[in-house]
Design a binder for this molecule. Structure first.
Ligand code: UD1
Ligand code: MG
Length: 451
């Protein structure tokens, strides 16, 4: 790890008109995390100690996200959107406090890795005054082209200003640049807006640096990492690339995916070794699955922890606040929300367990429902260890079932059940001998009389 100081500036003020959205572009999500969140994550992983984010006016959700992910970050507002160089200068107070390295990243380029950020910094450490991360693509449309002469980066030409010949170049600008701190402000302030869009282009820093005899280099990255998101189609294709990366990561970390392309990951899905994921499983944000657990087909999980050796699904839904201990079972058509299951607890079929705790080794019968909501407030159901809740029981919260208690099938439980006790919350059954036969005879004669 280098000892050089680093300031990273993330540009996120653009409205993203090409997205046709009311949401700022960088707040659109990939893997359940806003685009700009991925960039902040990569910077944090690369050890960038000072992060500044340039936002537009009235983007409170963006500022909240930044401070949540990087509490030490600073936000600067670009009041008018006059181009990428103008945006960087919105963070002038941060630039004036000179760092050895100044990195500029775009909030709409989410898949850049910490390793690639470090390679750009390495180029600065090796003596470059300006380092541009480029990539080769067969679809250069919309990107700035890198003009290389005798192996040296001479200029970046934006699509709108490029000649036909320049447009055929396939080596493109990712937007990620590293400046040596002592030249950054001077270069940025020398940029004008004499171009097709009348904007202050960050990319003009390259020509200016060359004119001043500074050392400019291009660092090559991969197309997947450097793709920029300007349209919904690009967002969809970035999501597909992100999912492919997550699936590969899970396989490399020792998970079995029976049909990888049908499993959807969140940016923070955490699967331990020997986890098996069957077909068509969706992981929303905040899921951790411990060793040896199996997530069976068609299950949907978010905000949930699954204990070692547990089996979830098929067709299970785990919602936020679910904590399953070791060797638990949550079976088909069971929904669990804000509830804990102790070791070995089971709810195998057709249940809703919400705002509850289920003690270890307890068994929840098919069709059991915790009635946690009265239309105004939520209430808890507490089920002790080793309990048995018979099928089709309704547990009206707040209610407690003691350890080793037993609820008869079909009960409506409205009062606490003491430990080792049995509760019957249903009408007593009566049987009338021969009554069915009599009834049928009466109904048949009524029908005959009518016809
Ligand atoms: C930019 C680059 C282009 C590069 C491409 C890579 C320039 C002039 N062009 O084009 O060379 O190939 O990215 O994806 O730099 N932003 C602001 N304020 C502004 C304008 C933009 O904060 O006034 C932010 C946007 O929110 C976005 C980023 O800067 O995160 C890039 O802006 P965008 O309009 O997407 O630039 P591109 O046309 O993609
Ligand atoms: Mg862009």
């Amino acid at each position: 790890m280098t000892t050089r100081s680093c300031l990273s500036i993330v540009l996120a003020a653009g409205l993203g008109t090409r997205m046709k959205s009311n949401l700022p572009k960088v707040m659109h999500e990939v893997g359940g995390l806003p685009l700009v969140g991925h960039v902040i994550k990569a910077l944090s992983a690369a050890g960038s100690e000072r992060i500044s984010v340039v936002t537009g006016p009235d983007m409170p959700a963006l500022e909240q996200l930044v401070f949540k992910m990087a509490p030490m970050a600073r936000c600067y507002v670009q009041t008018e959107r006059l181009g990428t160089a103008h945006a960087v200068l919105a963070a002038k107070p941060a630039l004036e406090f000179e760092a050895d390295d100044v990195l500029v990243l775009f909030g709409d380029t989410p898949l850049v890795s910490a390793g690639t950020v470090s390679r750009v910094r390495k180029a600065l450490e090796n003596g470059a005054d300006l380092a541009v991360l480029g990539f080769e693509t067969r679809r250069p449309h919309g990107y700035g082209r890198l003009l290389i002469e005798n192996g040296r980066l001479k200029a970046i030409r934006e699509e709108k200003d490029a000649s036909d010949e320049e447009r055929r170049i396939t080596y493109c600008n990712s937007g990620i640049m590293g400046f040596s701190g002592k030249h950054a402000l001077g270069l940025l302030e020398a940029i004008g807006n004499d171009n097709a869009k009348g904007e202050y282009y960050l990319t003009d820093a390259v020509e200016i640096a060359n004119r001043n005899g500074l050392k400019v280099v291009a660092v090559k990255g991969t197309e997947i990492e450097t793709q920029g998101i300007n349209t919904r189609a690009q967002l969809a294709s970035c999501e597909a690339d992100f999912q492919a990366l997550q699936r590969r990561g899970a396989l490399e970390n020792g998970c079995t995916l029976l049909a990888p392309s049908t499993v959807y990951f969140s940016h923070d899905t955490d699967l331990s070794v020997d986890v098996t994921v069957e077909q068509n499983v969706v992981f929303g944000p905040g899921v951790q699955v411990a060793k040896g657990a199996r997530i069976r087909a068609f299950s949907h999980l978010e905000g949930a922890q699954v204990g070692e050796g547990s089996v979830v699904g098929p067709y299970a839904r785990l919602r936020p606040g679910t904590v399953l201990g070791t060797d638990t079972k949550v079976g088909n058509f069971v929904e669990v929300k804000n509830a804990t299951f102790g070791a070995g607890a089971k709810a195998n079929h057709l249940s809703y367990i919400g705002d509850a705790s289920v003690g270890s080794k307890s068994n929840i019968g098919a069709g059991t429902i915790t009635c946690n909501y009265d239309g105004y407030l939520k209430h808890r159901t507490e089920i002790g260890a080793g309990s048995f809740v018979g099928s089709n029981s309704t547990l009206v919260a707040p209610v407690k079932l003691g350890n080793a208690s037993f609820v008869a099938a079909g009960s409506v439980i409205t009062e606490d059940v003491l430990k080792d006790s049995m509760a019957f919350g249903r009408a007593r059954q009566t049987v009338k001998e021969g009554k069915a036969k009599q009834l049928r005879a009466r109904l048949q004669s009524a029908k005959d009389a009518k016809s």
